[in-house]
Design a binder for this molecule. Sequence first.
Ligand code: ADP
Length: 569
Amino acid sequence: MKLIIKYIKPHLLQMAFGMLIKFIGTIMDLLLPYILAHIIDRVIPLGNMTPVLWWGVLMLLCAAVAWIGNIVANRSASMVARKAIFRVRHDLFQKIFTLSNHQVDVSTVPSLISRMTTDTYNLHRMIGMMQRIGIRAPILVVGGVIITLTLDPVLAGILIAMLPIMAVIVTFISRKGVPLFAQLQERNDDLIRTVRENVSGVRVIKALSKTEDEKKRFFNVNRSVYKAESKANRTMAINSPLMNMILNLGLVLVVLAGAWRVNAGATGVGTITAFLSYFTIILNAMLTITRILTMFSRSLASARRIQEIMDLPEELQPMECEAGGDGAISFENVTFSYHKRQPNLQNISFTLQKGESLGILGPTGAGKSTLAALLMRFYDTDEGRITLNGRDLRSMTPAEIRSSFGVVFQNDQLFRDTIGENVRIGRELTEEQLQTALEHAQAAEFVAEKGGLSAPVEPKASNLSGGQKQRLLIARALAGNPDFLILDDSSSALDFKTDAALRKTLREHYADTTSILIAQRVSSVRHCDQILVLEDGKAMGLGTHEELMENCPLYREIYTLQTGEEVAV
Ligand code: ADP
């Protein structure tokens, strides 16, 4: 609720204008049966056609004002809804970008996507509907009751007696509805997760003939959304028919009581006609209110889900820390765990001087990427500290840290744009700088063949080979001439010759850049100033190639496996 109020506040004036018009239009609607009753009971008995016509014209006028008023008010309502949700989406999107990786891990990406899409859509519908019929329906009920009271207080008594019963039913059912709709949204998260995994993994799924399994998995998730939806809707569906029955029962009572009163001469036929019209108007308005409440239950669940993300605290703020630490990059007894259980990195220490390079070698799951993520301050260390040029990483903002880094991560992506823009990604770099970066990344040749910097990159870079993609990503990392460079397994799709050429260029042109090269292949890291061998988050060895060959059995084993050379120990 807090969220909704916050976002409609700037539009209160426009909403008030819309509501005023709606109010006038609705009152006009309400007047119609009243005028009709007047014509039947008072004007027609006079036996003169002219006043009947005049009263008829008045009815037409009222109908026209009601019609135009409704159109104007509805348009204004959609405008307010559109503007408010535009801001909600904007703010939510921005907020998602300030979330720390830990917060994203906990919220999960599919859930963030569904909050950004279906939840904001629910909210949009609610804000629109609230103004369109949320105002009209209560006016129709209250106004209808007042008019019926003036028409015939005895008959109105029947109506009034029924309202509290209906209110109790509506409250009871909507109380049950809100949690059911919250559950439905959670099932929606699952659905999006499955679709996302399937779409992004479509090649693997086909290659491994997993299509049938995946269809089954999707069927199950789809069915659970279906079940959650039908459970929620079944609960809410009791509402309308129940209301209908109560009001129809009322209608029967009114006709019976009305007939008796007309016979007794206490009231006119016109009044009864008008009364029945009001009864129908009130019935419909009450039904609409129950519909709004369904919608409200659903949107409130959505609003809560959006609010949850908006309320997440900003993690990774800069803190006061002691200066110190040697070299350009130093890890001092760093220990870290994602789930704060088993450490994913344990007691890691090394120091790199400016311009030095560190190779990291180890099996998958050893913690190599985790080390890079800590260095970028995607997460804070649990124990020990990391320093960058003598400053504790925790005393710097993530933006400050990341601007001095060039990185290629394993799952980095190219965007649907030109090759040039994919390398530039918003930075102020000249075409020459881009071209140089492409040359250094061994990409210039194929980029020229594709048509240069302005050549397009298709969605998911489908017009590029794996090796070409990697080289563009490397060019992107090199283009800013960064102080620090991290290449995470980014030479895996390069042939040996290109990989060697890349390493040579790095040595020659980026002598001042302190770099970390993560690799599976010994050949990619053997010339680094230091090599860190990781296994299960622990450092199994640190030193030059020669040193490790001498005193690190794991390194020797990997080397032997990959080169086929037997090494004398
Ligand atoms: P490597 O890069 O050496 O293959 P990683 O650093 O990616 O290894 O992973 C090290 C360990 O941390 C693995 O066991 C992996 O499952 C776990 N891990 C990686 N990322 C996350 C994450 N975001 N949340 C929880 N665990 C993670």
